[in-house]
Design a protein around this ligand. Structure first.
Ligand SMILES: [Zn+2]
Length: 228
């Protein structure tokens, strides 16, 4: 890990000690991530903690990084965020240059959308929000959602993690297609956000066993699979 990430990691260790003093601090991995705008995530998998800080906060001063660490860890334990931490972090984020960068990122990345989320038959934003509530406790950061320009039949959905974009085939934007099919395709791409690609022995694993198990939790899994 680069030096500043090492330092940031110590803030998370401190925050864990603070909010969960009776337990040993778990292994923590911190990285900067090309989220759209100012978005950060913290999640626990197999006893390890994965923190992703929005790329545009790379130059954030240590005091604000530390505050962010305490905010994210407090949220993880569903505890109240200390007003002091919130104030330090918010003051930094409110600064004009940061806001501009966020808007800029949105704009350049927005060009990747081929067509808007609101299609002729279905609204991908609405579907995403609904699935996020139902299956992810609204914890997933919202990617850019859009329909592909052309009707593709073999590839029904695609998740681009570098640009946090989810594209769904225009062939599904049709009232003749059951809603649960569109939902299932979006759900699959959401699982790619939830289970980032695993790298083992130089190989990339996208559809892990856990991914497939979670995929089966979709309420209309059998119906959607057989329709597709
Ligand atoms: Zn996939």
């Amino acid at each position: 890990m680069p030096e500043n990430l090492e330092q940031i990691k110590t803030f998370y260790q401190e925050a864990f000690q603070f909010y969960n003093p009776k337990f040993a601090v778990p292994p923590i991995k911190v990285e900067f991530y090309a989220y759209i705008g100012i978005n950060h995530t913290i999640r626990v998998r197999n006893g390890a903690v994965y923190v992703r800080i929005a790329e545009i906060c790379r130059k954030m001063p240590a005091s604000a990084q530390k505050s962010l660490a305490f905010i994210l860890v407090a949220k993880l334990f569903r505890r109240q965020v200390s007003p002091k931490a919130r104030e330090i972090y918010t003051n930094y984020v409110k600064q004009q240059p940061i806001r501009e960068t966020a808007a800029e990122n949105r704009k350049t990345k927005g060009r990747k959308i081929i067509t808007p989320a609101q299609g002729d038959a279905y609204d991908l934003e609405e579907i995403f929000d609904c699935l996020n509530r139902k299956y992810f406790k609204s914890s997933l950061p919202k990617p850019i959602l859009g329909w592909s320009a052309r009707k593709t039949y073999r590839i029904l959905g695609h998740h681009d993690s570098a640009h946090e974009t989810v594209v769904v085939s225009r062939s599904l934007d049709d009232i003749k297609v059951p809603k649960y099919v569109v939902e299932f395709v979006v759900f699959h791409e959401m699982l790619h956000i939830f289970h980032p690609t695993e790298h083992r022995n130089g190989r990339r694993y996208n559809h892990t066993a856990q991914f497939r198990r979670d995929e089966r939790k979709f309420a209309y899994y059998k119906e959607a699979e057989s329709w597709i």
